[in-house]
Design a protein. Structure first.
Length: 577
C-alpha cells in the first residue's frame, strides 16, 4: 500500500520557499511556545512575511485559493448580500457572484458549518477562498459597513480632476449624441478615475478589456500588469466610446483597429496619451500608453549606470563623429537612454535632429521628426533628407532595415554623431546584426564608437525590505557560488508596492566601448563570442554581471536580475563552429 505524501507544515513551507531561514523559523517557534499565538499572525506582525505570502502559503495548506483583498476585487453588490454583523462574526466577505455561485473570502474556508451558514444567508452556492482575518476585517468595515455605492462614488468625482487639452469641437453626429448620452452619467468620471489612478501609480499603460462578466481595467506598473480596478458590469461599450471620443477616433467603426491620441492635465501635469483599439470576440480592447514627462528621468546619472560604465558611455558621446548604438528588447528603456544622451549633448551651438516613431517626449533645442510610413516618410527617407539640413547630431529611433543602417553608417563616416537603437540581446550581438544586414565590415569598424545593451530591473520597495539567503541555484546562475553564507535583500510585499516587493525600475547597462583591438576584430568579421572576450579583457562586464553588482548593492534582488538577464546566461557560441 502506497502512503499519501505528507503535507508540509506551515513553517516548513515558508523555509522551502526561501521566505524564512531555518534559524528564523526556530526562533519564531520558540517565541510562539512562550506567547501561545498563531505562527502566521506573529510572523506578519514582526514583518518577517507579507500578507500575500501568508495568504498564499496558508491557502495551499488548506487546499483552497488564497487572495489579498483590494479595491476592484470586491463587487459592492455582492458584499451587500451579507449583513455587516454576520460578516464581522463569520470573518467573511463576499467578493463576487457568477450566476448562483458566490465567492467568499474567509479566514476559515475549511469550516463547513460557516460555509453552510453563508449558503443559507445568501441563497447562493459558496466558493470559499482564504484571506487573513485582518485583511477581511479592513474590507468589511469599508464595504459591508459603509455600503459603498459605486455609481454615487463615481458621480462624486470632479470632472476637473482630469481635463482635456485642446478639446476641439467634434463633428455633428454620433459623437455629439454620445456626449449628451453620457452627460450626468458615471461613465465620464469612471474614465477620469481610471486615468487618475494610472497617473498616481506611475503606470506606463492602461488596458481596458472586455470579458464575459464585465470590463477589466489593468495597469502596467514597473513592467508588470496589475488588476487594480473593476468597473460595474454593462458599461464596456460606453467606456470604449468615451475613450474613442477623447482620442478623436471613429466610434462607429468597431471592426478594425484604430489609433488616436489625446493630451490631458491630471494632478497639474501635462500628459500625452496614445490610444489603440483592437476588436476581439467579446468587444473592443483598448490600450492607452501614458507618456508623463514627470516620469522621464533624462540625467544619465539617474538611470542606473555604474560609474565605470557611465564614463565609458560619455567617452563615446564625446567623439566628434561616429555611430553609438543602444540595444535591447522592446520596453527596455532604449529611448529614455537616447533622450538622456541628447540632454547631455544639446546646446545652442549644435543642430540636433531626431527621427522617431512615435515622438514620445518633446525636448528643447532638438528638432524632432515623426515617421509616417503611410505617406512614405520612413526612417531611411527621413535620414537622407536630414543630411541636407546641416546636422551635427542625429538620433535614429530604430535601425530596422539595411537601407537605414547603410545611411546611418555613411552619416557617421561623414562627420556626424549618430545615435540609434537596435534590437539585439547584448552589445557584441549588435555588430553581428549589422553585418547580417549587409553592411561591409570595414565601414562598420570605422564608424562604430560603441554599443550599450540594456534591460530594466525592478527596484526593491523601501517599505518592506527584508534580508534572506538566496537558493543555491540562484547563486550559481549569478556566478556567486562562493557567497552561500551572504545575506541579500528582497521586498516582502506591502500596500505601498501592491504586494510585489518592488517599487520603480532602474537600468542595467552593458557597455562595449570600441577599442583599437575591437575595431580590428570588427574589420576582420570576428564572431560575437570573441568580441565579448575582448570586451571583458578591456574591463567591461556582461549584462548579468552588471545586474549582480546592483543586487550586491541592495538595489534589487538576485532573482529579478536572473529573470531580466535570462538570455545572458546562455554561454558564448560554439567556438568550433
Amino acid at each position: 500500500m502506497i502512503e499519501a505524501p505528507k503535507r508540509m507544515r506551515f513553517g516548513e513551507a515558508l523555509v522551502a520557499e526561501g521566505v524564512l531561514t531555518q534559524e528564523q523559523l526556530d526562533k519564531a517557534l520558540a517565541d510562539q511556545r512562550t506567547g501561545g499565538r498563531m505562527l502566521g499572525q506573529m510572523l506578519l506582525e514582526q514583518g518577517l512575511i507579507g500578507g500575500h505570502v501568508l495568504a498564499r502559503v496558508l491557502a495551499r495548506q488548506l487546499g483552497v485559493k488564497g487572495v489579498v483583498l483590494r479595491h476592484g476585487l470586491i463587487d459592492p453588490a455582492a458584499a451587500a448580500l451579507l449583513p455587516t454583523e454576520e460578516a464581522a462574526r463569520l470573518k467573511a466577505i463576499p467578493l463576487f457572484r457568477v450566476h448562483n455561485v458566490l465567492t467568499v473570502a474567509m479566514d476559515e474556508p475549511q469550516s463547513l458549518p460557516k460555509v453552510d451558514h453563508l449558503r443559507r444567508l445568501t441563497g447562493c452556492k459558496i466558493r470559499p477562498v482564504y484571506a487573513t482575518e485582518a485583511n477581511i476585517q479592513e474590507f468589511v468595515d469599508k464595504y459591508a459597513g459603509k455600503q459603498v455605492d459605486v455609481d454615487s462614488f463615481l458621480t462624486s468625482l470632479s470632472e476637473s480632476d482630469v481635463s482635456l487639452v485642446e478639446n476641439e469641437a467634434q463633428d455633428e453626429g454620433p459623437v455629439t449624441d454620445l456626449d449628451k448620452m453620457v452627460a450626468g452619467s458615471p461613465v465620464v468620471n469612471l474614465v477620469n478615475m481610471a486615468l487618475l489612478m494610472a497617473v498616481k501609480a506611475k503606470a506606463s499603460d492602461v488596458h481596458i478589456e472586455p470579458g464575459k462578466h464585465g470590463t477589466s481595467i489593468r495597469y502596467r506598473i514597473d513592467g508588470q500588469l496589475r488588476d487594480l480596478m473593476k468597473p460595474p458590469p454593462g458599461l464596456h461599450a460606453a467606456i470604449v466610446s468615451r475613450v474613442k471620443v477623447v482620442g478623436k477616433m471613429d466610434i462607429a467603426e468597431k471592426r478594425l483597429p484604430q489609433e488616436g491620441r489625446v493630451r490631458i492635465v491630471a494632478e497639474g501635469r501635462d500628459i500625452d496619451l496614445r490610444v489603440s483599439s483592437m476588436p476581439t470576440l467579446l468587444g473592443e480592447k483598448l490600450v492607452l500608453r501614458i507618456l508623463d514627462k514627470a516620469n522621464l528621468r533624462i540625467r544619465l546619472e539617474d538611470l542606473g549606470f555604474r560609474p565605470q560604465a557611465l564614463e565609458a558611455f560619455q567617452r563615446m558621446l564625446a567623439q566628434p563623429h561616429g555611430l553609438v548604438l543602444v540595444t535591447g528588447p522592446t520596453g527596455s528603456g532604449k529611448t529614455t537612454t537616447l533622450y538622456s544622451a541628447l540632454d547631455l549633448l544639446r546646446n545652442p551651438e549644435l543642430n540636433i535632429l531626431t527621427i522617431e516613431d512615435p515622438v514620445e517626449y518633446q525636448l528643447d533645442m532638438v528638432n524632432q521628426i515623426q515617421v509616417q510610413e503611410s505617406i512614405g516618410m520612413s526612417f531611411a527617407r527621413a535620414l537622407r533628407s536630414i543630411l541636407r539640413q546641416d546636422p551635427d547630431i542625429i538620433m535614429v529611433g530604430e535601425i530596422r532595415d539595411q537601407e537605414t543602417a547603410r545611411v546611418a553608417v555613411q552619416a557617421a563616416l561623414t562627420g556626424h554623431l549618430v545615435l540609434a537603437t537596435l534590437h539585439t540581446n547584448d552589445a557584441p550581438g549588435a555588430v553581428a546584426r549589422l553585418l547580417d544586414m549587409g553592411l561591409e565590415s570595414y565601414l562598420l569598424s570605422s564608424a562604430l564608437n560603441g554599443v550599450v545593451a540594456q534591460r530594466l530591473a525592478r527596484t526593491l520597495c523601501p517599505h518592506c525590505l527584508t534580508k534572506y539567503y538566496p537558493a543555491e541555484n540562484v547563486l550559481h546562475d549569478a556566478g556567486l557560488e562562493t557567497d552561500a553564507g551572504r545575506l541579500f535583500q528582497k521586498g516582502m510585499g506591502c500596500s505601498h508596492c501592491h504586494n510585489s516587493g518592488f517599487s520603480g525600475r532602474l537600468g542595467i547597462y552593458e557597455v562595449m566601448e570600441v577599442s583599437q583591438a575591437i575595431r580590428k576584430m570588427i574589420h576582420r568579421g570576428a564572431p560575437s563570442h570573441e568580441l565579448r572576450e575582448q570586451q571583458i579583457h578591456d574591463g567591461g562586464m556582461t549584462l548579468r554581471q552588471e545586474g549582480v553588482q546592483l543586487a550586491l548593492a541592495g538595489r534589487t534582488s538576485l532573482e529579478e536580475i536572473i529573470a531580466v538577464t535570462h538570455c545572458d546566461d546562455i554561454q558564448v557560441e560554439d567556438k568550433a563552429a
